[in-house]
Design a protein around this ligand. Structure first.
Ligand code: SAM
Ligand code: SF4
Ligand code: SF4
Length: 347
């Protein structure tokens, strides 16, 4: 491990930074921003509370100096943040201590990606992941709850791939009774296309989606259902600790992934920190509180102060929520109610 890297109490280095650039979204996915809660009266962050691009870049550069190799822009919907390509341009100039450019990616719902793909690529974005919960119109619209047509996302996927933002990955969150009947059709649609479809277990993030364990479709079940129609073989991970488990179609027509955040906790290899749009740093997706770096930034902290704050925070990290959940370890009774929403913390 190089001198600049920092490790937490379980010897996990800091390698990934997910940056949420807005808490707003034009979708109301039932598992993330249910309309009953994120309705007309919902109060989003006022603009002045959002970190500026300069502030984000300054924090990211300190994180990169401490070992971050991957940066992912997320939200809310990151493409709703005005001039987001400018932020991409600024982040693309960062270099690791040994002179490498960190991998720069984005997770998006794809709604305005077709218009933006080329400028994003030109600004230095390497890859996009697009969320798409079904290729069937009725299911997709019921899940995004914003009347957004599937054809537009499918078009955006092609544009992004052609722009060089690939291989484009597709995230499908599987919720029992909602879209699990479309697993095979969606797999079939992308089989042989060059896109990598990944099935994600529905997670108990936040406090507003009314999560229930029986609505989770375990990855093992997803794989069994697909394998019965299109036989699959396991593929070695791209790198140790990869969250997505890779499988390839036996007939050579590409690969899929499963992300088993609920049934197979991967805390042991979790090297991620998350920065909210208003500058709070979270060391776990299931945290109930973050550390306010915006206060430090706006209070005149030097780079050395910020660096010390980051080192202290990561150095004291002991998060392993999913492991504890699997072990049925009781958490404080009000913890679930205080958990931070996915749209705020960034997925
Ligand atoms: N709006 C962008 C999008 O949807 O791609 C980026 C933000 S979204 C919060 C990031 C990812 O989190 C998406 O792929 C989404 O499907 C996933 N997600 C949101 N809520 C989830 C939940 N409860 N369980 C599993 N994945 C979830
Ligand atoms: Fe918006 Fe993404 Fe959440 Fe859907 S998953 S509501 S697109 S932030
Ligand atoms: Fe990482 Fe927390 Fe998820 Fe475990 S529960 S993998 S520590 S974000």
């Amino acid at each position: 491990m190089d001198a600049t890297s920092i490790t937490d109490t379980f010897h996990r280095p800091l390698r990934d930074l997910r940056i949420s650039v807005t808490d707003r979204c034009n979708f109301r996915c039932v598992y993330c921003m249910p309309r009953e809660i994120f309705g007309r009266d919902y109060v989003f962050m006022p603009r002045e509370q959002l970190l500026t691009f300069e502030e984000i870049t300054r924090l990211a550069s300190i994180a990169v100096a401490h070992g971050v190799l991957k940066i992912r822009l997320t939200g809310g919907e990151p493409l709703l943040r005005k001039d987001i390509e400018e932020l991409v341009r600024m982040l693309a100039r960062l270099r690791t201590p040994d002179g490498r450019a960190p991998d720069l990616a984005m997770t998006t719902n794809g709604s305005v990606l077709a218009q933006k793909a080329l400028v994003l690529k030109d600004a230095g974005l390497n890859r996009v992941t697009v969320s798409l919960d079904s290729v069937r119109e009725e299911t997709f619209q019921a899940m995004n709850d914003a009347g957004y047509p599937v054809a537009k996302v499918l078009h955006a996927l092609d544009v992004a791939q052609a722009a060089g933002l690939g291989p484009v990955k597709i995230n499908m969150v599987v919720k029992r009774g909602q879209n699990d009947h479309d697993i095979i059709d969606t797999a079939r649609h992308f089989k042989g296309s060059g896109f990598i479809l990944r099935f994600i277990e529905y997670m108990d993030v936040g406090a507003s989606n009314g999560w229930k364990m029986d609505e989770v479709v375990p990855s093992a079940e997803v794989l069994a259902r697909i394998s019965a129609v299109f036989p699959l073989d396991p593929v070695a991970p791209n790198y140790p600790g990869e969250t997505s488990e890779r499988w390839r179609y036996r007939d050579g027509s590409g690969e899929i992934g499963v992300i088993s955040s609920v049934t197979q906790a991967f805390c042991r290899g979790c090297t991620r920190a998350r920065l909210s749009a208003d500058g709070k740093l979270f060391t776990c997706l299931f945290a109930t509180a973050g550390t306010d770096l915006r206060a430090l930034l706006r209070g005149g902290a030097s780079d050395a102060d910020l660096s010390a704050a980051l080192s202290a925070l990561w150095g004291g990290r002991a998060d392993r929520y999913s492991v504890l959940r699997s072990a049925n370890t009781p958490v404080a009774p009000d913890t679930a109610a205080r958990r931070i929403e996915m749209s705020y913390i960034g997925g």
